[in-house]
Design a protein around this ligand. Structure first.
Ligand SMILES: [Zn+2]
Length: 149
């Protein structure tokens, strides 16, 4: 595993692509997840990271929402339910350095994904966690915070 440089909008078109679904969770995928986790550890400020930010066009996100609970890997994540309420908050992104954008997002969502062992998981998220996951899923769709300006 290795700490990787986070891609920024200027130097990488992968950030603008729709990421591919992960078909097999093999050693290559596990290594990408380890790289993502290591890269997050070295950039203490970030709460989530999407594979396209490290140059991989794959539907993988890693989330750290609770410092005590460590990292959660979500493979092929899908929002399966949005609750109606929305909130507005300022967001930053490592791939768009130096910019903050006010973004309206769902307060509460349900996400279905696979974990690193390929087991299906379902998460009900609200507040900051729901916001982080929506931000990272945007990355899998080639959407950046500047698109909300
Ligand atoms: Zn981001």
């Amino acid at each position: 595993m290795a700490i990787k440089e986070i891609e920024t909008e200027k130097n990488n078109s992968v950030l603008r692509q729709k990421a591919k679904k992960v078909k097999h969770i093999n050693s290559k995928i596990k290594e990408i997840v380890l790289d993502m986790t290591e890269t997050m550890k070295s950039n203490d400020i970030i709460a989530g990271l999407a594979a396209p930010q490290l140059g991989h066009s794959l539907q993988i996100i890693v989330i750290r929402f609770d410092y005590n609970k460590g990292y959660i890997t979500l493979i092929n994540p899908q929002i399966t339910k949005n609750f109606r309420k929305k909130t507005v908050m300022e967001e930053n992104c490592m791939s768009v350095p130096g910019i903050s954008v006010l973004i309206e997002r769902y307060h509460k969502i349900i996400i279905e994904a696979l974990d690193i062992e390929g087991r299906p998981i379902r998460i009900k998220a609200k507040g900051i966690l729901a916001r982080i996951i929506q931000h990272e899923i945007d990355h899998l769709n080639g959407i950046l915070i500047t698109d909300y300006k």
